[in-house]
Design a protein around this ligand. Structure first.
Ligand code: NAD
Length: 274
């Protein structure tokens, strides 16, 4: 995706965790207009810095001291690193639970005032697909993964109330090049809309801790996203252009979790270790 020019003054240095991941690779390019330098971090190998506007730092989010060093000198953080699917609790614990504590604590110690937290629709995954909810509806996590994102949102809330660090928690629906199944016709977030939403989240004043949904302008959405609109977000893309392709796939049974729950198959993952 070619970055679009922006009239916004760039941050001096943005930190992007999870930079080797699916979204990290997209954002590495699309966030370039918003920073003089982007510090790219992951536990996995990352392509070396392309030029002097990139810094690459390998870091395990579970390592408190390493995260502390990672955050030094940055102006805002986009926290996308961590386990991004359902896994046994012990695997989620280090990256997502300890990791989100480490990143906030490092932000506090280094005076970082703006965070974007990559939360997830799996925070509310046990709602049914005919429920319409907003970002203030009680959470219904559908997995250990969803619980870790719920904890991350609480961490964001605490660090704002206690230390004044502002966060936009973005409950990302399904951000891929195209929706891959029927459920994603509702939850899809295009890469262009993701970048626009992150721009709004980085620059909007006085966000406190704001929770929004990361979703494009799809026909059948389950989420009242007025808090994103309040940040200036206006989605441009719509999953309808993919409907024919998606509906060519075999129809799942009516009681398949993928057809019933907002979190889809995540609600039926586990148990682990029996
Ligand atoms: N893609 C989506 O549709 C979607 C939906 C909801 C939420 N999210 C969230 O957005 C973020 C990015 O998603 P993605 O699709 O790019 O996921 P991804 O799994 O491709 O990327 C996550 C990255 O985090 C890194 N990571 C894992 N454990 C780590 C650790 N201990 N220390 C440092 N880095 C670690 C991984 O190596 C990986 O590169 C994730 O936090 C995910 O939960 C994504």
């Amino acid at each position: 995706m070619t970055p679009t020019p922006t009239a916004r003054p760039p941050f001096n240095r943005l930190l992007l965790t999870g930079a080797a991941g699916g979204l990290g690779k997209v954002l590495r390019e699309s966030l370039r207009p918003y920073a003089n330098v982007i510090r790219l971090s992951d536990i996995a190998d990352i392509t070396p810095a392309l030029d002097d506007r990139e810094e690459v730092v390998l870091c395990d989010l579970a390592d408190k001291q390493a995260v502390h060093q990672l955050v030094e000198g940055v102006d805002a953080i986009l926290h996308f690193g961590g386990v991004s699917v359902e896994r046994p609790f012990e695997e989620i614990l280090g990256a997502n639970i300890c990791g989100v504590f480490h990143i906030y604590e490092a932000a506090r110690r280094h005076g970082v005032k703006r965070m974007i937290f990559a939360s997830s629709n799996h925070v509310i995954g046990f709602y049914k697909q005919d429920d319409v909810i907003d970002a203030h509806s009680p959470r219904r996590p559908d997995s250990y993964y969803g619980l870790s994102k719920s904890y991350g949102e609480d961490m964001a809330s605490f660090y704002f109330d206690r230390y004044g660090i502002e966060t936009v928690s973005v409950r990302i629906g399904s951000s891929f090049a195209e929706p891959q199944n029927r459920r994603m016709m509702s939850t899809w977030l295009s890469f262009g809309d993701l970048t626009h939403l992150l721009e709004c989240a980085l620059y909007a004043p006085n966000v406190g801790h704001t929770v929004v949904y990361g979703v494009s302008d799809n026909k059948n959405v389950w989420w009242d996203n007025r808090f994103a609109t309040a940040l200036g977000y206006a989605a441009k893309d719509n999953s309808e252009v993919f409907r024919e392709k998606v509906e060519a796939q075999p129809m799942p049974a009516a009681d398949d979790p993928a057809m019933v729950y907002q979190g889809g198959a995540f609600v039926a993952a586990g148990p682990f270790g029996d």
